[in-house]
Ligand binder design. Sequence first.
Ligand SMILES: *[C@@H]1O[C@H](CO)[C@@H](O)[C@H](O)[C@H]1NC(C)=O
Ligand SMILES: *[C@@H]1O[C@H](CO)[C@@H](O)[C@H](O)[C@H]1NC(C)=O
Ligand SMILES: *[C@@H]1O[C@H](CO)[C@@H](O)[C@H](O)[C@H]1NC(C)=O
Ligand SMILES: [Zn+2]
Length: 323
Amino acid sequence: MQRRALALIALQLLLCAAPGDLWCYDSQDPKCGPGHWKDFVKACGGDSQSPINIDRHRVQRDRNLGDIVFEGYDQAPPGKWRLMNDGHTVMMSLEGESGSEHINITSGGLLDRYRALQFHFHWGNLKENGSEHTIDGQQFPMELHLVHMNYKYKTISEAKGHPNGLAVLGFFFKVSDADNSNYNTIVAGLKNVSREGDFVDLASTFCLNNLLPSVAQLSKYYRYKGSLTTPDCAEIVVWTVFEEPIPISQSQLNTFVNTVHFPATGTSLKKMTNNFRPPQPLKNRKVYASKDATISHSAKPSASLLLFPLLLALLIDQFSGPS
Ligand SMILES: *[C@@H]1O[C@H](CO)[C@@H](O)[C@H](O)[C@H]1NC(C)=O
Ligand SMILES: *[C@@H]1O[C@H](CO)[C@@H](O)[C@H](O)[C@H]1NC(C)=O
Ligand SMILES: *[C@@H]1O[C@H](CO)[C@@H](O)[C@H](O)[C@H]1NC(C)=O
Ligand SMILES: [Zn+2]
């Protein structure tokens, strides 16, 4: 095992490649799936990893977590939007030509302004959900990540040196009866990014707002400090996970599952499915609920508290005898 890890590291050094070239999801090959990432990328075994399960009994209300300010989310960008298959997900790059106006987020407890870099998805298969974060142990069918970089830093590698380098917004999906027409352009573009390295310039651009739940729902979110959910698993992300899911039809979801493929290995081409990392230990971290987010007030009653009335009832039953 140790030797294999060393060999992998040696190989990476040799090829001068990012660790990204060796990791995979269990659906591709369990030998390089999420459980093994820490064997060749130490950070993936760190104390502040993402995703996590958000336990609503344990989150802490923070009334300073008010509305996030979305700048440019309400304008269709002038340039083309390029959708691509990077071998792990389907990603839309949001970085226009240099000089063009950036899409930003700020406020909502974020201490800095962050500009949008890209968004991408994590999904399951035809039978199983595929979100990365879970809420009270429940996984959702799909999750959208909008990745933003702190304006303080000029490059990703500079941002990687700082725990507030990136701000990622996570949105769950839920299955709706009708198609979500705001996703038509993306869903239609999937057939053009079927293979790793494929890209397509979308026929039309649209406001990012259109991809999200209604504005009134965006004040409900959970906040915590975590990491990228793929190697190198850098612990540089201020996470915001929204409570309100985005509706999408089963047939739109199925198009993700059925159309896009992982990188070919030899002659075999596998569909891109279950491209999510499971929840990681929370360890010493806290998850904060925004001023409007749902929390479960009742602390989980301990087992003994639940058992006591039951035992009492049994005792009373014993002593009262047959009636
Ligand atoms: C995003 O922030 C930059 C830097 O502060 C600013 O120049 C730009 O106008 C902002 N974008 C929008 C859409 O407000
Ligand atoms: C899958 O997601 C749906 C919500 O869309 C939920 O009702 C169901 O419980 C989830 N399944 C699991 C195993 O979490
Ligand atoms: C996308 O794929 C379809 C069907 O394969 C093809 O007809 C269309 O020209 C492609 N679009 C672009 C922009 O490549
Ligand atoms: Zn992601």
